[in-house]
Every structure is written in structure tokens, then in C-alpha cells.
Design a binder for this molecule. Sequence first.
Ligand SMILES: C[S@@+](CC[C@H](N)C(=O)[O-])C[C@H]1O[C@@H](n2cnc3c(N)ncnc32)[C@H](O)[C@@H]1O
Length: 212
Amino acid sequence: MNWIIEKANDYAAAFTSAEEGLLAEISAFTATQHAEPHMLSGHVQGRVLAMLSAMIRPARVLEIGTMTGYSALCLAEGMAETGILHTIEKRESDANTARAYFNRSEFRDRIIQHVGEALPLIETLKEDWDLLFLDADKINYVFYYEAVLPKIRSGGFIIADNVLFHGQVLEEAMKGKSAKAIHAFNQHVEADPRTENVLMTVRDGLMLIRKK
Ligand SMILES: C[S@@+](CC[C@H](N)C(=O)[O-])C[C@H]1O[C@@H](n2cnc3c(N)ncnc32)[C@H](O)[C@@H]1O
């Protein structure tokens, strides 16, 4: 079964638009220099994010979990002409790496970085969001969702990453606290009458959520 999924993933990558220069550089840097390279969205998911953003054409995007800046640049591609993306990262080393890449991109003046713990920072941002990309610590997903949802405009979107949590949410005896938190998040979203949602089995699972 695994080989089918692996082959299907390779096939999907072969028939997905290539990574543009700076993104390929971030991928290569992260793969060789970062302690947790598996956290990067990567080629196919990056193109999914860019495509979804281009469909939404958001004016205000919030990302929680910048890491080395890959997904922020993918999301920025689809923004409206005057669109602004805010991204939050608690690790200074990652924020510095991302800043260097942002400064070399066409979005250097339209990406605003925030360094620190996400929850208190979210409260300081006085914006109405068109799109939230949720990709930080899994145990706080429900809290991030509840903190940002009131500030998402009606008809706006949330994309939450890792909602399959390496397949651990499928196990009957779920052990890890992150897997349990993700499962609780998925249940929370599914039961929420304020939103509609679809769980896509892309990479580690993307939950697409639309505020009614
Ligand atoms: C999965 S990585 C993000 C990957 C990136 N979005 C991408 O796709 O290229 C998660 C990031 O969230 C950051 N993070 C984790 N907990 C956080 C918190 N409480 N506040 C802010 N950032 C946090 C981590 O340091 C890490 O860089």
C-alpha cells in the first residue's frame, strides 16, 4: 500500500509546476542546514498553497509558523496586488533565515514578520483576515483557530497543515499529545456551525475551512 502512495506522490510531483528559484534555494538550504527539514511544506504542498491563494486573491494573509519562509512566499504569490502577509515565528534563527529570503523576493515590502509566541502576538494584530495558514505547534491549533476566526472575514479561509499528523490520527490507540491535539482540532472544526470544511489528503493532510 505504501508503495502506491509513494509512487502517486512522485507522479503528482512530476505533474506539478516546478519550484521557482528562491523556493528551490530554501528547500535545498532547509534540507541540508535545518534540524527539522521535514517541517517544510515543500514542492507539491507549496504549489497547492500558491494555487489556493491565487484562487482567493487575499488582501490580508496571516501565517502562524514561518520557519524558513517557504510557505509564506508560496502564499504571497496569490495575494491581491496590494496584499500584505503577516507571518509569526517564535524561533529567532528561523525568522532571520526567512527574513534574508523575503528580502531577496518581490514581496520584500509586503511580508511583515513577527517574532515571538503566536497567541499573544495574534491579539496585537488589528486586521480582518482573508486567509490564515495554521502551521505551528499542534497542541495550540484549537486556540489559534478560536483566536483568529472572529477576525476572519465572512467567506474567508483557514488552511491548517498536518491534520493527519503522520498518520497517527488514524490509529485507534493514539498516543502522542500532538496527534491527540490534532484529532481534537479536527473534531472541533467538524462540529463548528460557523464554518464548513474539507480534509484533503495532500502530504500530511490539509484542512480547508471556510467561514460562513
Ligand atoms: C511546521 S514549521 C512551519 C513550516 C512553514 N510554514 C513551511 O511550510 O515552510 C512550524 C514552525 O512554527 C514555529 N512555532 C512553533 N510553536 C510556535 C509558537 N507557539 N509561536 C510561534 N511559532 C511557533 C516553529 O518554530 C516552526 O518554525
